[in-house]
Design a protein around this ligand. Structure first.
Ligand code: F6P
Length: 533
């Protein structure tokens, strides 16, 4: 089937994109879902390619796998776990059973505890040694960091609680720069770690504890734990009333919807957080029920696979024309690349084709003045995924929002239309060039065009809308994983580096000899040791 799709893509390449537009293409190659519009008409996909992609998804068992995920079957087969982040936003409370037990009472109970605690922190009823908390520091990494950091920044217009800060890197500069600005007596520390063992997080948590120890009588009262390892959190000394647990069927990069989202809830309030969950719940219902051509996660995934596996484009750029979505590309990097960056299929055989694509990006218009040069004229084709709101949150600056939208639309138009040599020659002729110099200058001003892009549009970036968008991407990654035959829910590829880092620590300290290391590693360690003295 991939061979057929590759053949179709080859033919599509010669057709281009602009020539496809006739009556109704824009609407026919778009999907609507509860106020979101995904326009994928500026791609080379036509009706035949779409039908082939949908057939592929069905052959790969997408409808069955999707049902298995929503109903709590252990589809994370290498870890023997269900995949139920959707339960965290199942506000209707529909029963979902894992090993015969309904998980929803536990989920709703934790949500109620989070709401109550966030309310106490926001009102100042739960306070620090120096009074109501003015600042909250979330210490976590990967999925225990990127989601809340991205969402708190995205929903800044709704934030009316204590300021939230995020520390992730084991580099002491991160925590040091963050704490330097804060008053320990009025700072609440959230230790966010699914496992409560991650070196970076536990090291930073210990540093924060030391910082508080010198400043307040009861540092423990300034700590909260967000983890599946409730016993470890208790051993660390955090009172059970401030431990918010979740189950191992919530993957780290899918965990923003539960306790790991506590910083977001404290920032925007429990009602805003519930709206965020509602958006995700709406996307879940849509994903479960809508037929393929009207199903946004399915179509977004198929468009992505068309580009990565049929056309062979190795990367994909996520380009939010929304400054507050500045961390979305980093969030999606983990979601996509930790989920589908695998070389082995579910059954254990080598994949035999490319894994999920490399994802990167930066908000527009900033990226336009940096790397868009390559996107427009470079030799590698980079499918672009634009996101933009119809309205901004700054009514006084509506003219700036209009400029932002115009830039976003102009980019997708420019990528598709390009500029041919004849038009470039004309431009240069009008600029006064003649002869060989005209020809030389004109060639630099040609844009190949026919470069694909999608645009995701929405009215305003509200908590509901953000929830919907994040759930859209989660399901897109799931569909992609099903079609590629990958387990999207483990991450064994991060383990080897962790093991070696642990083993290297005593070598760096000089307590274990260098001998067994390769020449390069020995040289680098010797350099560090010589500088440390
Ligand atoms: O090392 C990768 C990883 O396990 C991610 O999958 C996870 O989101 C991150 O580390 C943090 O893990 P934890 O929440 O257990 O500290």
């Amino acid at each position: 089937m991939w061979r057929d799709l590759k053949g179709m893509a080859e033919k599509a390449r010669s057709r281009g994109i602009a020539s496809l537009f006739g009556d109704g293409r824009a609407a026919a190659f778009s999907v609507n879902a509860d106020g979101l519009l995904l326009d994928y008409s500026k791609t080379t996909i036509n009706a035949d390619a779409r039908a082939a992609l949908i057939a592929l998804s069905e052959t790969r068992g997408l409808p069955e796998r999707r049902e298995a995920m929503f109903t709590g079957e252990p589809i994370n087969e290498t870890e023997g776990r269900a995949v139920l982040h959707t339960a965290l936003r199942n506000l209707a409370g529909r029963a979902i059973k894992v090993d015969g037990r309904d998980v929803m009472p536990g989920v709703l109970d934790t949500l109620a505890r989070m709401k109550s605690f966030a309310g106490l922190v926001r009102s100042g009823a739960y306070r620090g040694a120096g009074g109501a908390f003015t600042d909250v520091v979330n210490i976590g990494i990967g999925g225990s960091h990127l989601g809340p950091e991205m969402a708190v920044r995205a929903l800044a217009p709704y934030a009316d609680g204590p300021r939230c800060h995020f520390v992730s890197n084991v580099d002491g500069a991160d925590i040091s720069d963050t704490l330097a600005r804060l008053d320990p007596a009025r700072t609440l520390i959230l230790v966010a770690s699914k496992t409560f063992t991650t070196t970076e997080t536990m090291t930073n948590a210990a540093t924060a504890h030391k910082w508080l120890l010198g400043a307040v009588a009861d540092p423990g009262a300034h700590f909260v734990a967000l983890s599946t390892a409730e016993r470890k959190a208790a051993e660390w000394g955090i009172d059970a009333s401030r431990v918010f647990g979740f189950e191992d069927w919530v993957g780290g990069r899918y965990s923003i919807w539960g306790p790991i989202g506590l910083s977001l809830m404290i920032a925007i309030g429990p009602d805003g957080f519930i709206d965020f969950l509602r958006g995700a719940e709406a996307m879940d219902l849509h994903f479960r029920d809508a037929p393929p051509t009207e199903n946004m996660p399915v179509m977004l995934s198929l468009v992505g696979l068309w580009h990565s596996h049929a056309c062979g484009y190795a990367t994909r750029a996520v380009l939010p024309y929304d400054q507050r979505l500045g961390r979305l590309p980093a969030y999606l990097q983990q979601l996509e690349m930790e989920s589908n960056g695998k070389g082995v299929a579910l059954g254990g055989r080598s994949l035999g084709y490319a894994s999920g694509p490399v994802v990167w990006g930066e908000p527009g218009t900033n990226g336009q003045h940096a790397f868009y040069q390559l996107i427009h004229q470079g030799t590698a084709v980079v499918p672009c995924e634009f996101l933009v709101a119809a309205r901004g949150h700054e009514p006084d600056l509506a003219h700036q929002h209009a400029l932002l939208v115009a830039n976003c639309l102009a980019q997708s138009e420019a990528l598709m239309q390009g500029r041919d040599l004849e038009t470039a020659r004309e431009l240069m002729r009008n600029a006064g060039y003649r002869g060989a110099e005209l020809e030389r200058q004109a060639r630099h001003r040609v844009f190949p065009g026919a470069r694909p892009s999608t645009t995701l549009m929405y009215d305003l970036l509200t908590p509901f809308r953000l929830g919907q968008i994040i759930a859209l991407y989660e399901h897109r990654v799931f569909v992609e994983g099903v079609i590629l035959g990958i387990n999207s829910f483990d991450q064994w590829g991060v383990e080897l580096g962790k093991e070696l880092a642990k083993a290297l620590q005593p070598v760096l300290d000089g307590t274990v000899p260098l001998d067994e290391k390769d020449g390069s590693t020995r040289q680098l360690i010797t350099f560090v040791q010589s500088k440390r003295g």
